[in-house]
Design a protein around this ligand. Structure first.
Ligand SMILES: Cc1cc2nc3c(=O)[nH]c(=O)nc-3n(C[C@H](O)[C@H](O)[C@H](O)COP(=O)(O)OP(=O)(O)OC[C@H]3O[C@@H](n4cnc5c(N)ncnc54)[C@H](O)[C@@H]3O)c2cc1C
Length: 105
């Protein structure tokens, strides 16, 4: 079974184009701020933490508090199509940093 983890240093999502209107009093920072977590599907794990370092070769994300987030690197073609239905699997795998899928569904 696949899983997705999102890591961010905070839960504040800013509608950045709105920044242009703040100095002129057309909007406020409160009005253009939402919670990132509200945009994520419930199955997605959301970790709020500063990322210290990414060890690309070892496929590990090292957080500021010392936690290490690994990725399994093992995913079947069937699971890949479940994550990216209708999408080109090879390109999707490359973007997601997953091994190139082999075989057919
Ligand atoms: C004034 C303004 C107007 C804009 N207008 C438009 C527009 O009209 N149309 C348009 O298409 N685009 C617009 N953009 C651009 C658009 O908002 C950005 O291109 C887009 O937000 C970039 O997305 P991103 O995910 O690459 O980066 P971001 O949205 O900046 O996301 C990066 C995330 O990484 C997190 N992060 C960074 N470092 C760490 C770390 N070490 N540990 C943990 N988390 C970390 C941050 O907290 C942040 O949530 C505008 C931008 C600005 C500033």
């Amino acid at each position: 079974m696949w899983s997705v983890t999102v890591i961010d240093r905070d839960d504040a999502h800013y509608y950045q184009p709105g920044f242009l209107f703040i100095p002129f009093g057309f909007t406020t920072i409160e009005k253009i701020t939402r919670k990132k977590s509200k945009f994520l599907p419930k199955d997605v794990e959301f970790i709020i933490s500063e990322v210290e370092r990414i060890d690309a070769e070892g496929s590990v994300v090292i957080l500021a508090d010392g936690r290490k987030i690994n990725k399994s690197g093992v995913i079947s073609t069937k699971e890949l199509y479940e994550i990216f239905p209708g999408g080109p699997a090879k390109k999707a795998a490359r973007i997601a940093g997953l091994p190139k899928p082999v075989g057919c569904v």
